[in-house]
Design a protein around this ligand. Structure first.
Ligand SMILES: Nc1ncnc2c1ncn2[C@@H]1O[C@H](COP(=O)(O)OP(=O)(O)O)[C@@H](O)[C@H]1O
Ligand SMILES: [Mg+2]
Length: 302
């Protein structure tokens, strides 16, 4: 990222990439190409090349000495979603609907085409999709609103997902190249220290929003509960969030640390992992912070 010349990536030791890695790679390649520099990848195995090409990671990238193994493009809509770049809020609903349906896929005993429940109007399948769709919607909205502030109006967001049948895990990645948590929350009174790791922790707290002066609205947008609820959904489904921003990385079930040397992510990168078979256990509406936890607002009559 720092260099000014064209980039040649030696990928000969690459043997595994998950959606998080793919979204980070895709965003990085995009930035480099936008600076008018070219990207070449060499030494990639045919199998890795086939998979990454199948996932659309190589837009505008030159592969050197690699003949990607052809992979079938069809019939995978129930287990993966190719790397997709979004730039505008109007694309969010459609993308989160498509991604959520893809990752929920086929759960044994649940028929996506069953008629809806007479009273609620929802099918069992839709109730499973709902929490994943909510999480995606929140992460994408954040990336296309907050991330565009503080001098990053052209920020984009990359999403990708994959279902891993052996572990039964879903991984979703939402990566933006915007201002990052610290720039967004720098003046928030809840931020204890001006560091990227503290900014990640602060953003995860319920009712923390950079738009705290906008008042209450019926939408969850700008109520400061999006990230908190997304984390609770992952946790209830036996999973976690991994969040990187600036020089910090936080794993909600593992270590949080500052990245060393020059490692830095300009923006916010979130991976959400959960067990697909635990989605039916999620009591989605119970996870939203209660409405009475909203801050008291003083009424002024002058
Ligand atoms: N992608 C992002 N880029 C920059 N800042 C972000 C991003 N996502 C979240 N934030 C920061 O974290 C805060 C909390 O996010 P969230 O819980 O979704 O609440 P809300 O979006 O309602 O403000 C946001 O107000 C914003 O300051
Ligand atoms: Mg939000």
């Amino acid at each position: 990222m720092e260099a000014t010349a064209d980039v040649v990536v030696n990928a000969s030791r690459l043997c595994f990439v998950d959606p998080f890695g793919m979204a980070l790679l895709g965003a990085t390649f995009h930035t480099i190409r936008n600076q008018g520099r070219s990207v070449q990848i060499c030494g990639l195995s045919a199998e890795m090349g086939g998979y990454l090409e199948r996932m659309d990671v190589f837009e505008g990238i030159e592969l050197v000495d690699c003949a990607p193994m052809p992979m079938q493009r069809h019939n995978r809509g129930d287990s993966l979603v190719e790397l997709t770049r979004l730039g505008a809020r109007r694309d969010v609903d459609e993308a989160s609907f498509r991604l959520a349906h893809a990752v929920v896929g086929h759960i044994p005993g649940i028929n996506p085409d069953e008629p809806p429940d007479e009273m609620t109007g929802y099918t069992a399948f839709e109730r499973l999709v709902e929490p994943v769709q909510y999480a995606l919607n929140e992460l994408l909205e954040n990336a296309l609103t907050h991330a565009k502030g503080h001098g990053f109006p052209d920020a984009c967001v990359w999403v990708a997902s994959q279902y891993y049948p052996r572990k039964g895990m879903i991984q979703l990645a939402v990566v933006d190249d915007g201002c990052g948590f610290l720039a967004s929350l720098r003046n928030h009174p809840a931020l204890r220290r001006e560091s990227h790791i503290d900014a990640i922790f602060t953003a995860l707290m319920p009712r923390i929003s950079c738009n705290r002066d906008l008042g209450l609205s019926s939408e969850s947008v700008n109520q400061g509960v999006g990230l908190t609820t997304t984390f609770r959904i992952a946790e209830q489904a036996g999973g976690r969030l991994v969040i990187a921003s600036g020089d910090a990385i936080h794993d909600t079930v593992g270590r949080s640390y500052q990245l060393t040397e020059d490692n830095f992510w300009q923006g916010v990168a979130v991976a959400m992992e959960c067990r697909r078979d635990r989605l039916p256990d999620i009591r989605f509406r119970d996870l939203l912070p209660p409405l009475d936890a909203q801050p008291v607002r003083r009424l002024r009559f002058e």
